[in-house]
Design a protein around this ligand. Sequence first.
Ligand SMILES: NC(=O)c1ccc[n+]([C@@H]2O[C@H](COP(=O)([O-])OP(=O)(O)OC[C@H]3O[C@@H](n4cnc5c(N)ncnc54)[C@H](O)[C@@H]3O)[C@@H](O)[C@H]2O)c1
Length: 421
Amino acid sequence: MIQDLLHPAIAPRPSLNRGRLAVLGLGYVGRPLALGAAAAGYEVIGYDPAPAARAVTSAAHRPGRGSSRASADPAVLAGADTWLICVPTPLDARGRPDLAAVRAALGVAARGLKPGALVCLVSTCQPGATNGLCRSVLEEAGWRIGRDVFLAVSPERENPGPHALATSSIPRLLGATDDASLRRALAFWRHIVDRVEVVASPEIAECAKLLENTYRLVNIALMDELHAAFTALGVATRDVVAAAATKPFGFAPFWPGLGAGGHCIPVDPAFLQMEAARAGAPSVLLAKAMARNRGRVARVMRQISARLGDDLEGKRVLVAGVTYKPDVADLRAAAPVRLLRALQGGRADLAWHDPVIGAAPKALSAMPRSAALTMPDGARPDAIILGTPHRAFDMVAITRAAPLLFDPFGILPAGLGVIVV
Ligand SMILES: NC(=O)c1ccc[n+]([C@@H]2O[C@H](COP(=O)([O-])OP(=O)(O)OC[C@H]3O[C@@H](n4cnc5c(N)ncnc54)[C@H](O)[C@@H]3O)[C@@H](O)[C@H]2O)c1
């Protein structure tokens, strides 16, 4: 079935005939690209097996000069001029990069390509994925790269949330396997974004994307470690960071938190590490940063248990904010969810409160939800743990809602009962 991605009230204007664009994967990354390309004059067909990804909310509608549709049938993509691979690249249960969706999407593309078509990898993958995995799937299907069809990589740099920049305004890295592919890919991306930064090879684009997120993970881990040190010294970490951030050069601020979550920061460095290890040069520092990040929830949990007398059973504990970052309704690899599970293991009388989340997601459906800073039955919690500091929270009201407040961010106004962890 094909659905209109554009709201019926916003009738698509006649196409500028920029060609047909296939977008494989209509999630956080694929959807804005699909809508942006439609607005730039492309006839966009999105493919996604998940009905929710194909369904469009009115907030996502944008007036378009091209057209935009979504389908669960990959056959409708056949003959598209340009193919964007925007599928997920998570870690598997053992923490290793899982490229199954990329392989599947490449298979769909290999079957539906026509001569002259461009395939561009947008998903975050390991260094060498474009010239390795992508090239081999297309070549096995009989396509000659740079002659029959073209191949490039342009990793995404989305930053979901209230401070999100428009996709078109974020400079786009672009690397291609050969000059003909680069020319073809450049012509496409120049229609979609304001600035394209061409790099000399696909591997540079792939590594740059991984460097960006590795840089963040390592600094988040460093801040976590120093937060423990500053707190032990009796110095407020946020004040230290704010003071250092007055330096106009050579310092980028990172703030304490419950640990990096989401689908990128804790995940992407594993792609880099996998290939670095394969090349005989694994990063020791990165391995330590990944371990530090994984251990943050357990360390917070130990501090909370100790403050609650090492016995959580029957203690009324409310976690305020459960998403992986403030003001975003996304629970993927969210540290507060891991904390909730750890608290559940301790048999606390547990509830969560989050004004940003609509319907309770599956991951939390078995845990009681509270509509306010109380337990679901209206009782006052024994302790509140700040899981995510959403803007919607009144931090002063939080400090009055329980006798004990655990604050991994150092953000609650200091006062009786506030414990920075
Ligand atoms: N979300 C971000 O902010 C962000 C930022 C930069 C990079 N990325 C990267 O972009 C890629 C996509 O991330 P996302 O956040 O959009 O993921 P997502 O989970 O929001 O969306 C991916 C979509 O792909 C669909 N899908 C799965 N397998 C498919 C297949 N074989 N064919 C077609 N569709 C398929 C899923 O149903 C889902 O709707 C990942 O590699 C991610 O690391 C994401």
